[in-house]
Ligand binder design. Structure first.
Ligand code: 9YT
Length: 128
C-alpha cells in the first residue's frame, strides 16, 4: 500500500508547471497501477491547447469554472462536479475563466511516467 499527500507531492519533483497550468503527479507509471493520477490547476484567464494522442484521460473539476472546446466540435461548460472523458483522444482547448482558476483531478491510461512535460506540445509521447 502507498499513501501520499498533495502537500508532500507538491513539494517534490512530482509538481510540474507551464505558463497556463501546474500539475502534481501523485501516482505515476512506476507505481504499477495501470493509470496515473494528477491534481492539475488551470490558471485563471488562460487557454491551453491539448491533444493526448497516445493516452486516454478523464478529468473531474473540483473548483473553479471554465470550458472545454473540442477542435471541430462542441464547447462544454466546466464547473465543480463536471467530469469530461476524452474517450476519442479528442484534441481540445481548455480554458479557465477570469478569476476562476480550476482545480482538476485527472486520470491517464496508459499512465504518465512523469517525464512527458519536457517534450509536451499539446501531445505526450508514450514513454517506457
Ligand atoms: C487538465 C489536464 O489535462 N491535466 C493533465 C495533466 C497535466 N497536464 C500533467 O500532469 O502533465
Amino acid at each position: 500500500m502507498i499513501v501520499r499527500t498533495l502537500d508532500e507531492c507538491r513539494g517534490s519533483e512530482r509538481r510540474v508547471a507551464s505558463e497556463t497550468w501546474e500539475s502534481v503527479r501523485m501516482l505515476l507509471k512506476n507505481d504499477n497501477m495501470g493509470f496515473s493520477f494528477h491534481i492539475t490547476t488551470i490558471y485563471q484567464d488562460t487557454e491551453t491547447h491539448i491533444h493526448y494522442k497516445n493516452h486516454l484521460e478523464s478529468v473531474y473539476c473540483m473548483s473553479g469554472e471554465g470550458e472545454i472546446q473540442v477542435v471541430g466540435g462542441e464547447t462544454y461548460p466546466i464547473k465543480p462536479g463536471t467530469l469530461y472523458i476524452l474517450d476519442k483522444h479528442d484534441e481540445h482547448y481548455l480554458r479557465a475563466y477570469k478569476d476562476k482558476e480550476m482545480v482538476m483531478a485527472c486520470v491517464f491510461n496508459p499512465p504518465i511516467t512523469g517525464a512527458e512535460v519536457h517534450d509536451e506540445n499539446g501531445v505526450y509521447p508514450i514513454l517506457d
